[in-house]
Design a protein around this ligand. Structure first.
Ligand SMILES: Nc1ncnc2c1ncn2[C@@H]1O[C@H](COP(=O)(O)OP(=O)(O)OP(=O)(O)O)[C@@H](O)[C@H]1O
Ligand SMILES: [Mg+2]
Length: 252
């Protein structure tokens, strides 16, 4: 079943066409990857899907609903969540509170500060938070100050925050960027577990080809905003256009 579909999605920044007429779909339950050289338009494509950027043309459909011009929080409520960079963590709050806030925000659209004081009274929110912290293996650090976590744990907290809205589709833009080899391996295992154990559908941008070929069911390849290949890892690997993009001196 198709969960997400873009049709002719285009984003221009002045004269630059960062995303150029991109049509692709994500099936329910699959791990879908987007790859391409630096500046290919991967992040812009993701941001057009979340509503962080307004597309110049084209549509985004999610679960049969047109979500093209929704605000980011409305997209989250529709069931699409993106794991952000560590900047979205509240450092002086506990790890658990960070996830509870995200769970509350997803439920209420926006949260009120006085809610925070009564957070412990929201047992459903507390349970959701602990479930998500368990899923990313951070339950032992639930009471710790979020700002004190090592880098790799912060990135996993970001994933737990994204999971707190209980999304059907999780978007990840280079989740292993800046991680040590050990942290990277843990994160790759985590992404696999999210897909296999929670049945989550994942759309992931990742530079590391080894990771992509291990976890992706299908890969969309962008170059200068355009789709140059779309298929299984084997199909993409054999694509002449993909090989040209790589051999053309562009590093993926
Ligand atoms: N807000 C913006 N304003 C103007 N140009 C932008 C903006 N965001 C991205 N661009 C340009 O759009 C193009 C695509 O950028 P994008 O960040 O989507 O690429 P990317 O594939 O994610 O690259 P990377 O692998 O480096 O993360 C680039 O040429 C970039 O400079
Ligand atoms: Mg990017």
């Amino acid at each position: 079943m198709t969960l997400l579909q873009t049709d002719g999605l285009t984003k221009q920044f002045g004269g630059l066409v960062a995303v150029d007429d991109v049509s692709f779909e994500v099936d329910s339950g699959e791990t879908r990857a987007v790859i391409g050289p630096n500046g290919a338009g991967k992040s812009t494509l993701i941001n057009c899907i979340t509503g962080a950027l307004e597309p110049t043309a084209g549509t985004v459909e999610f679960d049969g609903q047109n979500i093209t011009n929704l605000e980011p929080h409305e997209t989250v409520q529709a069931g699409v969540s993106k794991s952000f960079q560590t900047a979205s963590i509240f450092p002086s709050m506990s790890v658990r509170e960070n996830v509870e806030i995200a769970a509350l925000a997803a439920e209420h659209g926006s949260f009120q500060l006085n809610f925070l004081k009564r957070l412990s009274g929201f047992s459903a929110v507390h349970d959701t938070a602990d479930q998500m912290l368990g899923a990313v293996d951070l339950l032992d650090s639930a009471g710790a100050e979020a700002g004190s976590l090592p880098y790799g744990d912060k990135r996993r907290l970001e994933i737990a925050i994204a999971l707190a809205s209980e999304p059907d589709l999780l978007l990840m833009d280079e989740p292993t960027a800046g991680m040590s080899p050990d942290e990277t391996a843990d994160t790759v295992d985590l992404v696999e577990a999210l897909q296999e154990d929670l049945g989550l559908t994942i759309l992931i941008v990742e530079h590391d080809m080894e990771i992509i070929f291990r976890i992706a069911d299908r890969i969309l390849v962008l170059n200068r905003g355009q789709v140059i290949a779309d298929g299984t890892p084997e199909e993409v690997q054999q694509s002449e256009q993909v090989q040209e993009a790589y051999l053309g001196g562009v590093e993926l």
